[in-house]
Write a protein that binds this ligand. Structure first.
Ligand SMILES: Cc1ncc(COP(=O)(O)O)c(C=O)c1O
Length: 442
């Protein structure tokens, strides 16, 4: 008869493959087939480094440390507090923000924390990009808490170019200010599907003119900002919010701000919205900020933007309707119209490419007001993941010309899909995610 200790130990010390073959098989399928054979072009997905994964694999997320600094609701060992302090110190340096909270579990929570810190009420107004113009649901969408709690007024892109017109946005903001005289106005910038450079300085200037607070949600751009391939909003805004996973860090988020807002943002995060932070994720954020200072990271960020442009251009040359003015992107992402130009709804285009080994997401294009959902007019493409594998312009040309364009032109051809999936797998096999033998087994 096993003792209590032996019984518990035997449960605690077995690896996934031994204890739960069903779950282990899923992990293996993900690693070998999904990650290992397919081409991931989802703009918000990014492959983490093994260093980031190491931090998350230590079970640190299970340790409670509610509170900040030396003021905690538990005894928290010095080394654990230091992990958070390291993330804050490094993050402030690389982001150029005087204050930083690294406890947030996700990007929606980061935005909610800022709104809460600013004590917005129903009489206050959030001025943000329309969802269909590249905004995010946490920027005031009617079905999100942000849209249910505050008045929301929105701006959008010019339908001809796909870009913001800052004079128009200023004019619109002035009207909103008049409508909400004496009330708090928060201007939200940053987006999920805006391919061009955002002029954060212009948003800052509009906010100063109208006595508004301006927040930049750089979730999508954090990686390329840290790598120097996209402008930073730090000098122009009151606060920044960002996810960390899209930049190759852990699933989670951060909020940076002016010093004066720091205290209220901290209180909004904990105890306002969250309980215990994930210490492993905070340490992984510290590692991400360190990685951001390394040459490979800069190479990745610049390569990501270069690849996005190359892929957009080759698709356009193949007759695919890439959205917006040439050269279609100044970031890691671009949009493609499929419904009118190819008679193919975004969802069907997404599924056609999925059959051909390409993981992608449908996207509503600016100006598309069609209902019901699922009839989206196009696709969003992003290159962070493939660039992390070491792929460059040469591979983008192959992927665009030989894989994506033919599949979009002939989406129901099963033989073509099978052939392209095979070729995509072959290409993918030449770019292993990590160096041979470096990845720990499970
Ligand atoms: C601009 C922006 N903000 C916030 C988020 C939300 O992040 P999360 O999914 O971690 O809540 C996203 C995610 O796609 C995003 O693109």
């Amino acid at each position: 008869m096993a003792t209590q200790r032996e019984l518990i130990h035997s449960g605690m010390s077995r690896r996934l493959r031994d204890v739960d073959p069903e779950a282990a098989a899923m992990v293996r399928t993900y690693r070998d087939e999904v990650r290992g054979e397919r081409l991931n072009l989802i703009a918000s997905n990014c492959l983490p480094s093994l260093a980031v994964r190491d931090c998350e694999a230590q079970g640190l997320g299970n340790i409670y440390s509610e509170g900040y600094g030396n003021s905690r609701y538990y005894h928290v060992e010095l080394v654990l507090r230091t992990m958070e302090a390291l993330a804050i110190q490094r993050g402030k340096e690389v982001l150029g923000m005087p204050y930083l909270n690294v406890q947030l579990h996700d990007g929606c929570g980061a935005n909610e924390a800022v709104y809460m810190a600013l004590k917005m009420g129903t009489e206050d107004v959030l001025f943000s990009s329309k969802l269909a113009h590249g905004g995010h649901l946490s920027h005031g969408a009617e079905f999100n808490v942000s849209g249910k709690t505050w008045a929301v007024r929105s701006y959008g892109v010019e339908l001809g170019t796909g870009e913001y017109d800052y004079d128009q946005i200023r004019e619109r903001a002035r009207h909103v200010r008049d409508e909400f005289t004496g009330k708090r106005m928060v201007i939200m910038t940053g987006a999920s599907a805006y391919p061009f450079r955002i002029d954060f300085e212009a948003f800052g200037s509009i906010a100063r003119e109208l006595d508004a607070v301006v927040v930049a949600d750089i979730s999508h751009y954090l990686g390329i900002i840290l790598g120097g391939a996209y402008p930073s909003p730090a000098a122009h805004v009151d606060a920044i919010t960002s996810t960390t996973h899209k930049a190759g860090g852990p699933k989670g988020a951060i909020v940076g701000s002016r010093e004066e807002l720091g205290k209220v943002i901290n209180s909004a995060v904990f105890p306002g919205l969250q309980g215990g932070p994930n210490i492993g994720a905070m340490l992984a954020k510290a590692v991400l900020f360190h990685e951001a200072t390394q040459p490979w990271f800069k190479e990745w960020a610049e390569g990501t933007v270069r690849n996005a442009r190359a892929l957009a251009e080759v698709l356009a040359a193949e007759g695919i309707k890439v959205w917006g003015r040439e050269p279609f992107t100044e970031s890691h992402l671009f949009l493609v119209e499929t419904r009118e130009s190819l008679g193919l709804k975004g969802r069907d285009a997404q599924e056609a490419l999925a059959r051909a080994g390409i993981t992608i997401n449908m996207n509503t294009l600016p100006g598309d007001e069609t209902q019901p959902k699922g009839t989206n007019s196009g696709l969003r493409f992003g290159t962070p993941w493939l660039t992390r594998l070491g792929m460059g312009v040469e591979e983008m040309l192959v992927i665009g010309k030989n894989f994506i364009a033919p599949m979009l032109r002939d989406p129901h051809n099963q033989d073509l899909a099978a052939r392209i999936a095979g070729e995509a797998k072959e290409l993918r096999s030449q770019f292993p995610a990590y160096e041979q033998g470096a990845e720990p087994d499970f």
